[in-house]
Design a protein around this ligand. Sequence first.
Ligand SMILES: NC(=O)c1ccc[n+]([C@@H]2O[C@H](COP(=O)([O-])OP(=O)(O)OC[C@H]3O[C@@H](n4cnc5c(N)ncnc54)[C@H](O)[C@@H]3O)[C@@H](O)[C@H]2O)c1
Length: 315
Amino acid sequence: MSEIPVISAEAVFAAVSPADAVERTRIAFERYARGEWVMPAKVYLDSPPHGDFRAMPARGDDLALVKWVTSFPGNAERGMPAVRGVVVLSDATSGEELAVIECSSVTSLRTGAAAAVSAQALAPPQAAGVGVIGCGVNGAWAARCLAAAGYGPGVCFDSRPDIAGALAAELGWGVGTRQEAASQDVVVTVTPGSEPVVLASDLQPGKHLAALGADAHGKAEVEREALGRCRLFCDEWDQASAGGELSGPVEDGLVERAGVTELGAVLTGEAEGRRSEDEVTLFDSTGLAIQDLAIVQVVWEDWLAGRVDAPTVSL
Ligand SMILES: NC(=O)c1ccc[n+]([C@@H]2O[C@H](COP(=O)([O-])OP(=O)(O)OC[C@H]3O[C@@H](n4cnc5c(N)ncnc54)[C@H](O)[C@@H]3O)[C@@H](O)[C@H]2O)c1
């Protein structure tokens, strides 16, 4: 019989700062690129017309996990989170289950962290101003992680002005129009992906876009013409080409594997990142299980060190 902790969102946020999340997420991308961490493709289970469930496994550093998580975009209108679920963490050397962890906290930290890691790797060195388009749960964490990585101040835009106002007030940033947010050096989009929120007319030289909201087939946040003018990067080709910002253009034959670089390869130095100050870079984030493992590993280390407050259950 195993006695395992059940770790709440509050405990996850107490254990993992945005700065930790950025650092450990960067390391996770590097380890995955080097083949040290492994991750089969995530499995989608559609639940039309509401959204979908995803099962996301990963293994690294003698830990293994599966995240069982939703994307129910219409939930915002019902006052419910779009993303929810649990992570089950196991010992990868014995198979023993180690913990059950609330997953939207893990998702938010690793999603926001990926935006910051992509900016550190791909934005020009002088980039500072941040535009946040979509300031809901994950947009807010992207802003917090970018702020923790030294970016800002920023401009927050959301179709719900109160949401943008709350995030701007928290970070000491401003509220603006979509165009004002899209004109910043680093622009992160975290909307449900049902309409373009970055247009070709927004693309001034040297911009970095982190497109986070389109993480399933049929979603897109960047106008096709705009996408065609960007150097393209993604978190993982198979996942991004099947269910990310790039999946529509891939399906239509406009984007090919050779035209897209994985972020991990840039971080390890295997592939070239930004080639000039004028290039516009676009990072398509679909969200990887190795990113979840990066955050959960910190939580687990803190639990072992007695720093996480969580009840335990006997299975
Ligand atoms: N890439 C990843 O790793 C990853 C991880 C988690 C979630 N997501 C995706 O990100 C998206 C947002 O997730 P969330 O949990 O933050 O949802 P959320 O509902 O908390 O936030 C979405 C926000 O977008 C705003 N919005 C909607 N349409 C807009 C528009 N046209 N312009 C500006 N704002 C608009 C909404 O008002 C809301 O505040 C979803 O599609 C989700 O599937 C991606």
